[in-house]
Design a protein around this ligand. Structure first.
Ligand code: SF4
Ligand code: SF4
Length: 330
């Protein structure tokens, strides 16, 4: 068995500006809290960093030039792991997971094993003229689509995601609606993820959802099921942008000052395990981006007999403050 210990200090060396932030683990212990696993019911599969976009806020620095892509051999390992672990949900992400040639094999493989399959999509990739077959597959397997849609403002949207991406995303959105996605009672769930377009925390989720629902419907006739509002994680390209724009220290302080101890119980890392394109395991996709292995140990999916044990340790670093800021990131 191959395993190695990764120190907390190694991960925190990532800070490019002098910053006196209380370590996240200390913030937890000052509130009498520990971050340990509950029952792990979700397997998140990150199939790689290849993406058709190069968003400014991307914690993985994904883009068209990235070579990491889950190969068929690892996809088969993922399916075997899902079979022996009986996860309720399989959550597929990337990059743009639609661009992985093995995406169909992955969906087909996990379909009989999990009650819910989710696909994280940037929308624009669904409208590149190459996804007709995949779209039909998503519909017939009732895959839940979780689509990024940061802003209703075209200029802000494009400044984060690239020129022209707003209009392409609107067209993809309409295509999904025409297939039945996002309509109540269709059984085809379409959820949105919105995030701030700068170095600030998101506004209230309920208010954002109300505004998006109203404006998308009124201006473009678009409908969706739910909206989730997430803060940007200071890793990857977003971290580089924070540093370059001189916002890194202020952003980290904002996150840590907004620490909400009540958010800890519902953190997604307590019920999710994330597998990377090479088959190694992490407590979440942010720890994957930060190179922080599951529980601080490098373990391959092929070595795991089942889901991580309840009460097992979760690796943390300062980017975890993103998840506990305000209402939290669950
Ligand atoms: S945020 Fe999503 S859509 Fe944007 S570059 Fe990263 S993976 Fe691609
Ligand atoms: S980044 Fe968030 S989800 Fe990941 S381990 Fe830290 S608190 Fe948990």
């Amino acid at each position: 068995m191959y395993s190695e210990q990764i120190s907390h200090e190694e991960v925190n060396v990532l800070s490019p500006e002098p910053i006196t932030l209380m370590p996240f683990s200390l913030a937890l212990s000052r509130h009498g809290l520990k971050l340990n696993r509950a029952k792990t019911h979700t397997l998140q599969v990150n199939v790689g960093c290849l993406c058709n976009q190069t968003c400014r806020h991307c914690h993985l620095s994904a883009g068209p030039g990235r070579k990491e892509n889950m190969e068929l051999g690892i996809i088969h390992e993922v399916v075997s792991y899902a079979r022996r672990s009986r996860f309720e949900t399989v959550d597929i992400t990337g990059g743009a997971p639609e661009m992985n040639p093995g995406i169909g094999a992955l969906i087909e493989g996990v379909f009989p094993l999990a009650a819910r399959i989710m696909l994280r999509s940037n929308l624009s990739v669904l409208n590149d003229g190459k996804r007709g077959q995949l779209l039909e597959m998503l519909k017939s397997y009732r895959v839940v689509i979780v689509a990024s849609f940061p802003s209703l403002n075209e200029f802000q949207f494009d400044s984060q995601r690239g020129d022209g991406i707003f209009q392409i995303s609107i067209a993809a959105f309409k295509k999904l609606n025409a297939m039945g996605y996002g309509h109540d009672g269709s059984g085809l769930e379409l959820n949105l993820v919105s995030n701030p377009t700068g170095a600030f925390l998101p506004p209230s989720q309920a208010e954002t959802e109300r505004r998006f629902r109203q404006i998308l419907k009124k201006k473009w006739g678009i409908v969706f099921n739910n909206l989730f509002n997430f803060a940007n994680v200071p890793l990857g390209r977003f971290r580089q942008w924070l540093v370059k724009s001189g916002n890194f220290t202020a952003y980290m302080e904002k996150l840590s000052f907004s620490f909400n101890s009540c958010a800890v119980e519902g953190l997604m890392c307590r019920s999710l395990v994330s597998v990377a394109w090479d088959g190694y395991l992490y407590d979440c996709d942010f720890n994957l981006a930060g190179g922080l292995f599951m529980g601080g140990r490098k373990i391959h999916i092929s070595e795991m007999p089942g889901p991580p044990e309840p009460d097992s340790h979760i690796a943390t670093a300062d980017h975890c403050y993103t998840c506990t800021a305000g209402a939290g990131f669950t």
